[in-house]
Ligand binder design. Structure first.
Ligand code: EPU
Length: 418
């Protein structure tokens, strides 16, 4: 198992290429199951969640070919068999294969995804979407068993909240429905918009992507397609935080300013200078970070996937910050680990009061989930002395070559196999 050894204190300066978005790539890989024609995906990030999703669709019979320009998936010979719990337990996004398999084949049996450290994360909304489209859906001994009586039927779906995953399930399944489907209270995240673009390239007719009301024509005529995933706004925000926490300067190559507006606003409040560069966005930190009041919200609000990273910054701010988590009920596992580095954080339910300190001190810490682990890396970059971060496999799920990208900007970071 790998560890990261980080000696803090270096000011980061450089350019970081932002990879394709993991959370755009995962539903697009699932969407490949819809069509009998090949789908080429380019700009897939080289992260273990993507490898795992490709493995899952290949277990259903899809062929996956990686080449220099991208990855081509051919789902002509897919069958809606069963993929066991061991394969899907590692990744909640495996639920995204349910809609495509059911829609295309009229039945599917998919293991309930494993529990997740950041909260209960039920899949009830995914199941309700499929029921609304006319499927019979049951949960039997840990498996979701779904079937249709002659195919899905277009309808009006009102989501009880703007769930990213349930919006994606609805979009994919509705492509096969007979007649039009209207999805209300849909998520507006760029990753949902990018899935709509991918499906459109594959032949779907979708209107309203990026709004709360999506319209899907249904009865899609599929065709071979190619799609380039959007850059990862969470990876971009993470390196922005790395620039800030070390008082450095990082150019986020490929990052899209329009996907980051709430994040850049908070960064500016915390003292960053932000400007558009020729190749992306440039972030310049300052000597001392200013405190901030942050509430996570669905897009275009501040993303929950950057809450931990911004908490690391707040630990070193010149004053007290308030951070409210409204998306997941248990996304504060980084708090005890940050405290090991000397942070002063008081938790009260979904609200954290972070009293900034002039310095943190290096210590051994344990990664608990993807974003919690990267927040420890950020804190360690600024802490005095050495920190050792264990369970680095959490990081590898969603960050492509994190240690290399940081080292190229001047960080003292080493990956050690133990
Ligand atoms: N929810 C339900 N029932 C459902 C679905 C969601 O109660 O059937 C709840 C969740 O428990 C949560 C809220 O609704 O409290 C929002 O969940 P959502 O469905 O929007 O999240 P998701 O689709 O499971 C995606 C990302 C997450 C990101 C969230 C929110 C992917 C693969 N994952 O998850 O990414 O935090 O949207 O933006 O797209 C990460 O990358 O670290 C990560 C966790």
């Amino acid at each position: 198992m790998d560890e990261l050894h980080i000696t803090g204190g270096n000011r980061l300066d450089g350019a970081v290429p932002i990879a394709g978005a993991k959370n755009a790539a995962l539903p697009q890989i699932a969407a490949a199951l819809l069509s009998p024609h090949p789908l080429e995906l380019t700009n897939l990030p080289k992260v273990s969640d993507v490898d795992n999703m490709l493995r899952i669709i290949s277990l259903y019979g899809a062929t996956v070919e990686s080449h220099a320009g991208g990855t081509t998936i051919n789902a002509a010979h897919v069958a809606p068999g069963e993929v066991d719990y061991e394969t899907v337990r590692k990744m909640r996004a495996s639920i995204l294969v349910l809609g495509p398999l059911l829609a295309r084949f009229g039945s599917a049996r998919v293991s309930l995804p494993g529990g997740c450290a950041i909260g209960a994360r039920p899949v009830d909304m995914h199941l309700k979407v499929l029921s609304a489209l006319g499927a019979t859906v049951d949960v039997e001994r840990g498996y979701i068993v779904a079937s249709t009586n002659g195919g899905l039927r277009g309808t009006r779906i009102v989501l009880s909240g703007p769930s990213v995953g349930a919006s994606e399930t609805a979009l994919m399944a509705a492509c096969y429905a007979k007649g039009e489907t209207e999805i209300l209270n849909a998520a507006r995240e760029p990753e949902v918009v990018d899935l709509a673009a991918c499906l459109t390239a594959m032949g779907a007719e979708i209107e309203g992507a990026g709004t709360h009301r999506l319209l899907v024509k249904g009865n899609t005529t599929w065709r071979a397609a190619s799609h380039h995933a959007i850059p990862d706004r969470v990876e971009a925000g993470t390196y922005a935080a790395a620039a800030m926490i070390t008082g450095g300067r990082i150019e986020l190559v490929n990052a899209r300013m329009e996907h980051l507006s709430s994040v850049l606003q908070v960064l500016e409040t915390m003292g960053a200078t932000v400007w558009p560069g020729d190749r992306g966005v440039v972030i310049n930190g300052r000597e001392r970070i200013r405190p901030a009041d942050i509430t996570t919200e669905p897009y275009p609000g501040f993303p929950t996937d950057l809450q931990a990273q911004f908490m690391a910054m707040a630990c070193l701010a010149d004053g007290a910050s308030v951070i409210r988590e409204t998306i997941f009920e248990n996304r504060f596992m980084h708090v005890p680990e940050l405290s090991r580095l000397g942070a002063d954080i008081a938790l009260n339910g979904a609200v954290a009061l972070v009293r900034g300190k002039p310095e943190l001190r290096g210590a051994p810490v344990m990664a608990t989930d993807l974003r919690a682990s990267v927040c420890l890396v950020l804190a360690a970059l600024a802490a005095e002395g050495e920190s050792v971060i264990k369970r680095v496999y959490h990081l590898d799920r969603g960050y492509e070559q994190l240690d290399r990208k940081l080292a190229q900007c001047g960080a003292d970071i080493r990956r050690v196999s133990v």
